[in-house]
Ligand binder design. Sequence first.
Ligand SMILES: Cc1cc2nc3c(=O)[nH]c(=O)nc-3n(C[C@H](O)[C@H](O)[C@H](O)COP(=O)(O)OP(=O)(O)OC[C@H]3O[C@@H](n4cnc5c(N)ncnc54)[C@H](O)[C@@H]3O)c2cc1C
Length: 386
Amino acid sequence: MSTGPSFAPSEEQQLLISEVRRFSTEQILPGAAERDAAKRFPLRLLREMGEMGLLGMFVPEEYGGAGFDMVSYVMAVEEVSRADASVGVTMSVTNSVCCWPILEFGSDDLKARVLPELASGEELGGFGLTEPGAGSDAGGLRTTAVREGDHWILNGEKAWITNAGEAKYFVVVARTDPDAGNRGLTAFVVPSDVPGFSVGLAEHKLGLRSSLTAPLFFENCRVPAANLLGEEGQGFKIAMATLDHSRLGIAAQAVGIHQRALELARDYAREREQFGRPIADFQAIQFTLADIAVELEAARTLTRCAAAVAEAGSASGDAGRLASEAKLFASEAANRACQRSLQLHGGNGFHEDYEIARLYRDVRVTTIYEGTSEMQRLVIARRLLS
Ligand SMILES: Cc1cc2nc3c(=O)[nH]c(=O)nc-3n(C[C@H](O)[C@H](O)[C@H](O)COP(=O)(O)OP(=O)(O)OC[C@H]3O[C@@H](n4cnc5c(N)ncnc54)[C@H](O)[C@@H]3O)c2cc1C
């Protein structure tokens, strides 16, 4: 069900949307409830998505990627997340917080070594910024990296890391200068097979249960010096630039969940009868559907607009603010949509046999990860006031 022509896609983008929608509807959606209940990671689907070019969407063809633009990317993440938000986050993380910073800040040698494996879907990527004591305040992280010859030796712990346990490459930010504040952080690409690297037990989550989230541990972990991203001391800048970019993936994930919540609400309203007629006949139900639809269109348009500005490159700094605005609005609107759609399902909405129950659990994290709503408001206000 399309709700309108928002930010009309080009012919090429329309083709991509059709292909991803068909794959998501036929291959991803049917097993989503079962994977969620079993907490089963969708490895086979991800391999297929890699073959379709969905895991290295910005990676140029010379490194084995599909070379898509940012608007195409948010359109594809939306379609996948409509079918299963767990698959959507795995896709978004590999593309946005792993491939993108490597492409943007990695040496030619690093790109040639790592990107082809990620872009083909042969291997997955991850991003390690958060620590048990450093979430919103990423600059407070404590994992250290000390140079020793041709290696950096990492010690510390990362928390809540998506794709941990399956990903082969992690972009990790660690402290290289204890006295330099945010300028004392450096970013590395850490392969999961280096000595001293390990992954903890998977977290027991409220939602996104078929995605993987676990802590990472570094115990005298030896990372080749050639795996540095950018220069020593640029880690905070790289992390913030990466998040500015990746928030669009989370906004798109929220739009996908929102779209599905609307479809489920509409279908249920037509089928469910009370007082001798479909509940869709009641004006209160019609108003609920209208409210979900209007916010969906607004969230989708803002997300695609922010993606277009990011793609064009913004000298004024608007790209970062718009990405935060899109992430803030789309995630909060999707939460409202799932709440309204579940309410419209009555008691059945509270039953795991109904898809809206999974969406209600899955959508919750979109206002939390890659910067909480409160942090987005701070970013937006700071950029307005500066
Ligand atoms: C499923 C999942 C997957 C994740 N994946 C990753 C990943 O792959 N890589 C990664 O690095 N991290 C990941 N995270 C971590 C996520 O990014 C953090 O949880 C998030 O940034 C918030 O940090 P925190 O949990 O420490 O909350 P805190 O920072 O402790 O915040 C607690 C509350 O205080 C508020 N708050 C904090 N500071 C302020 C302030 N200055 N003003 C107003 N309010 C404030 C917050 O908004 C929040 O409501 C993931 C988290 C989840 C749940």
